[in-house]
Write a protein of this length. Structure first.
Length: 224
């Protein structure tokens, strides 16, 4: 992974939000995995910050159901099963496909230009195999597109579902230069929005979501 959980990654917004962003990315990419216990003090030392913002970030993840406290030791990732991943994928289809189509109806030329900049970031991250940058830009792209639909709760729910998926297969795909196709799909979505082609847009979004279930995601528990 070109970028990982380290002090050099802290660059924007409040320390608590920066730590939260980094831990989320490390959860999704699989750098932080179920079974291991992470103390706020140890993570704070790795990041070069005090324990307070780290503890606040971890408690946020506990409240979201992504981590669980371990008495006198720290925090542990809540494991995901195949069934959990299937349910998340189904919910994302139900929410993200119509949400994206609705957002497309409201998108302006300025909106599309801003999103193309983020899509370029995704493509650049895929080309260099930077999984953390890929995930960060991908999250911002889809959140930005969905927000155009005007339903804040839908956006928050979709982002929460995204954060629960563990994309352990991304590192291997990045090493073999196989993220480019998915990266290009973001530009394809914007082209479909600009052309007013709702049918094509739905096709791309459904195929794009399929990556997160069939190609990238793996359960935290071994298959029977």
């Amino acid at each position: 992974m070109a970028q990982n959980l380290s002090a050099g990654s802290l660059q924007r917004t409040s320390l608590r939000d920066q730590v939260l962003d980094l831990v989320r990315q490390s959860l999704v990419s699989g750098e932080i995995r179920p079974g291991d216990i992470y103390s706020a003090a140890a993570l704070a030392a790795r990041l070069g910050v005090s324990s307070s913002p780290v503890r606040e970030a971890m408690l946020t993840l506990v409240n979201e159901g992504l981590m669980e406290p371990v008495r006198n030791r720290g925090y542990r990732v809540v494991p995901m099963s195949e069934h959990d991943l299937d349910e998340i994928y189904e919910m994302r289809l139900l929410l993200e496909v119509p949400g994206t189509l609705r957002a497309a109806e409201r998108a302006t030329a300025e909106d599309l230009a801003a999103l193309r900049t983020v899509a370029d970031e995704i493509k650049a991250a895929a080309a260099t195999g930077d999984v953390v940058a890929f995930l960060d830009a991908d999250r911002r792209f889809h959140a930005g597109l969905l927000r155009l639909g005007g339903n804040r709760r839908l956006v928050d729910t979709v982002l929460s579902l995204r954060d629960r998926t563990r994309l352990y297969g991304l590192d291997a795909l990045a090493r073999h230069g196989m993220l480019d196709h998915s990266a290009h799909e973001h530009h394809d979505m914007l082209d479909a929005v600009a052309a007013g082609d709702a049918e094509r847009l739905e096709e791309i979004v459904r195929h794009h979501l399929l990556h997160t279930r069939s190609d990238w995601a793996e359960p935290d528990e071994p298959r029977p």
